[in-house]
Write a protein that binds this ligand. Structure first.
Ligand code: NAI
Length: 274
C-alpha cells in the first residue's frame, strides 16, 4: 500500500500556511504591540524575557509575588507600556484577577511566559518535609496550571496566542534530594503537552523550555563549591545565563515556531544529552 493511500490525502504534506521568511529567525517587528504576560518577572529568566519583549515593543503585564522587587525592576525597563501586578500564582483567584486586569488595561492577551518558581534546600525523599513538598508543588506546578488555565480563555477571545512554560532539565531527570522540584517540573511538561493538545486546533500553541542551571538569584543559596559542581554537570562546563533561555522562549513565542506545540526545548549546555 502506498503512503498516499494510507494517508487518504495527497495534500497532507503541503503546508497549510507558509511562515514568513525573514532575514532573522523571527520577525522582531511581530512582537510590537503584542500583549505579553510574564510571571516571575521581577527576577532571573522572567526579568530577562520581559526586558527583551520590551525592547521588541511588546506591551507587558508583569506578575510577581515580590511586588517591591517587581516595582524596582519596572523602573529599569524604560517603557510606559507596562502593567506591574502583585500576583501569587499559587492562588487561582490572584491569577484570574491579573488576567482580567491585563484585558482591562490592554484589551486582551497574545503571549505568556510562566516563569515564576522557587527552589528549596535539598533533602532526601524519606525525610523530605511535607510542607516543603506542598509549597514547591503549589508554586512550580499548580502555579503554571493556574496561569495557563486563565491565559487560554483570554487568548481564545483574541483568536490565538502562544504560551511558554519554564520547566527544567529536572523535568526529564531525577535529582537526588529534590523530589518535589523534579516532580513539579515533570508535571509542567505533562501539563504543557496536554494543554497543547486541548487547544492546538484553536490557534494556541503551548510549549515548554527546559533550562540547565542558570545564573539567577534562584541559585544564590549555592556555595561556591556547589556552584562549581553544578557547572561541571553540563558538558559545556558552565551554567547558563538568563538571556540564553530568553532566546529559546522568544523563538517559541514567535511565528518562527508556528508549527511547534506541545514541545519542550532543552537549553542546557548539553545536560540532557548525556
Ligand atoms: P528567580 O528566583 O530569579 O525568579 C523567580 C521569580 O518568581 C522571583 O521573582 C519570585 O519572586 C517569583 N515567584 C516565586 N514564587 C512566586 C509566586 N508564588 N507567585 C508569583 N511569583 C513568584 O529564578 P529563575 O532562575 O529566574 O527561575 C525562573 C524559572 O526557571 C523557575 O520556574 C525555575 O524553576 C526555572 N529554572 C531555573 C533554573 C536555574 O538554575 N535558575 C534552572 C531550571 C529551571
Amino acid at each position: 500500500m502506498s503512503w498516499r493511500s494510507l494517508s487518504g490525502s495527497a495534500s497532507i504534506n503541503r503546508p497549510r500556511q507558509e511562515a514568513p521568511i525573514t532575514s532573522s529567525l523571527f520577525n522582531p517587528e511581530a512582537f510590537s504591540g503584542k500583549v505579553a504576560f510574564v510571571s516571575g518577572a521581577a527576577s532571573g529568566i522572567g526579568a530577562a524575557t520581559a526586558l527583551r519583549l520590551a525592547d521588541l515593543g511588546a506591551r507587558l503585564v508583569l506578575a510577581d509575588w515580590d511586588k517591591t522587587r517587581l516595582d524596582a525592576f519596572v523602573e529599569t525597563i524604560g517603557s510606559d507600556d507596562v502593567l506591574a501586578l502583585h500576583v501569587d500564582v499559587t492562588t487561582t483567584a490572584s491569577v484570574e484577577e491579573a488576567i482580567a486586569s491585563a484585558i482591562g488595561h490592554f484589551g486582551g492577551l497574545d503571549l505568556a511566559v510562566n516563569s515564576a518558581g522557587i527552589d528549596m534546600p535539598r533533602c532526601e525523599t524519606a525525610s523530605y518535609p511535607s510542607e516543603q513538598w506542598d509549597r514547591i508543588i503549589a508554586v512550580n506546578m499548580t502555579g503554571v496550571f493556574n496561569a495557563v488555565r486563565h491565559q487560554i480563555p483570554a487568548m481564545l477571545a483574541r483568536g490565538g496566542g502562544s504560551i511558554v512554560n519554564v520547566s527544567s532539565v529536572m523535568g526529564f531527570r531525577g535529582f537526588a534530594g529534590q523530589p518535589a522540584y523534579t516532580a513539579a517540573k515533570h508535571g509542567v511538561i505533562g501539563l504543557t503537552k496536554t494543554a497543547a493538545l486541548d487547544h492546538a486546533a484553536q490557534g494556541i500553541r503551548i510549549n515548554a523550555v527546559a533550562p540547565g542551571f542558570i545564573d539567577t538569584p534562584l541559585l544564590s543559596h549555592l556555595s561556591e563549591e556547589n556552584r562549581q559542581a553544578a557547572a561541571a554537570l553540563h558538558p559545556m562546563q558552565r551554567v547558563g545565563q538568563p538571556g540564553e533561555i530568553t532566546n529559546v522562549i522568544l523563538f517559541l513565542l514567535s511565528d518562527a515556531g508556528s508549527f511547534v506545540t506541545g514541545a519542550c526545548f532543552d537549553a542546557d549546555g548539553g545536560y540532557l544529552a548525556k
